[in-house]
Design a protein around this ligand. Structure first.
Ligand code: FAD
Length: 341
């Protein structure tokens, strides 16, 4: 069989990292990325990019932990290399604070991040409205630089990238042997997945270089995540809202909530507002599917539905998707050698 041709639909963090894992695990494959939007116009560009996982009710905890651990290990190595600043990856320390102690004292990811411990009484004095807290060090991706870094690596290995909107995965049959669906919220329309729904998030990106530590309210709604150049202030979680227009009232509310956690933010400057739609589902759809029309088949691998935690688990799910692509190719090669006998 000639070099297997693989199309990856989607150029957010999931599509780009999946394409990279396919190239790494199957160097003989010819990989093409097709997307109607590339950075800086994807949901992934809006994200804060913090590595703090969100629990997916439909996926076993040990699987979520493995995806997170693989992602953390991968990004930790980048943060510790000469590539760190270009890739936009850095270590960051901070606090997750709670008004009441959470039921689960140790989240499943507590032994993956670094130095996880309960906050001391002295530290908690910084947060007079909160009674309990956790201190740890994790990683943060500055999202547009990380996406550009992934694109650069893909181009260096010969991966082609084209701007193209796919109306139906079937249109790629004949051109490609395997199609990988990393369309994020676009999968709602592309494959008619009614289980996939948007959770709208509005965030502010501000200039406040004196803020060095992250602060996250345990309810997950209010957070302050310093990046290399800008600080992300969040946020909102609006289920089933498809609106990409910023809301001025929400901007004020986010700013006020963040200032109540970190009063020095009153001096923040150059505020910009971003909105993104988290591709949410009970669980990530990470599976093979064989589409059939008449006697013709198309092998598809789905990898979408990462909700509020796509950056936290992207490398783990990309590796698994690449393994599934490898199974598809092995099946095709088995079929073509049997056909020759
Ligand atoms: P996207 O980035 O949306 O990429 C989808 C790609 O598919 C795009 O290139 C799009 O153009 C393409 N596409 C779609 N349909 C088609 C089609 N029909 N034809 C061709 N191309 C198509 N996660 C974290 O882990 N940490 C955080 O701190 C964090 N903060 C967030 C803050 C906000 C405000 C938001 C909104 C999200 C946040 N997330 C965070 C979640 C994270 O952003 C997502 O889980 C992740 O970006 C999903 O990536 P994706 O590649 O699946 O989707």
């Amino acid at each position: 069989m000639a070099a297997p041709k693989v199309a990856v639909v989607g150029a957010g963090v999931i599509g780009l990292s999946t394409a990279l894992c396919i190239v790494e695990s199957c160097p003989s494959c010819s990989v093409t990325v097709l997307a109607d939007q590339f950075s800086p116009h994807t949901t992934s560009d809006v994200a804060a990019g913090m590595l703090i996982p969100h629990t997916c009710p439909g996926t076993p905890i040990h699987t979520q932990k493995q995806w997170f651990k693989e992602t953390f290990t991968y990004l930790f190595a980048i943060s510790n290399s000469a590539e760190a600043s270009e890739a936009g990856i850095h270590l960051i320390s901070g606090w997750q604070v709670f008004k009441n102690a959470p039921k689960e004292e140790l989240p499943f990811w507590s032994d993956v991040v670094l130095g996880f411990r309960p906050m001391s009484k002295a530290e908690l004095q910084k947060f007079p409205q909160h009674r309990y807290g956790q201190a740890f060090m994790t990683l943060k991706c500055d999202c547009p630089p990380y996406l550009l870094w992934l694109e650069k690596r893909l181009k260096a290995t010969g991966v082609q990238m084209y701007t193209r909107k796919i109306a139906d995965l079937w249109e790629l049959q004949g051109e490609y042997n395997v199609v990988v669906n990393c369309a994020g919220i676009g999968a709602h329309q592309l494959v008619g997945d009614e289980k996939l729904f948007p959770v709208r998030g509005q965030v502010l990106k501000v200039h406040a270089p004196w803020v060095k530590n992250f602060i996250r309210d345990g309810d997950g709604l209010t957070y302050i995540y310093p990046g290399i150049h800008r600080v992300t202030l969040g946020g909102t979680r609006e289920k089933e809202s498809w609106s990409l227009s910023p809301n001025a009232g929400t901007t004020k509310d986010i700013f006020d909530r963040c200032c109540s956690l970190e009063p020095s933010l009153r001096g923040a400057q150059d505020i910009t507002v971003k909105v993104g739609l988290r591709p949410s589902r009970q669980c990530v759809r990470l599976q093979k599917e064989v589409l059939r029309q008449g006697g013709v088949k198309l092998l598809v691998v789905h990898n979408y539905g990462h909700g509020a935690g796509g950056f936290s688990i992207h490398r783990g799910t990309a590796k698994e998707a690449a393994r599934l692509v490898g199974e598809c190719i092995a099946a095709l090669q088995g079929f073509s050698s049997r056909a020759k006998l």
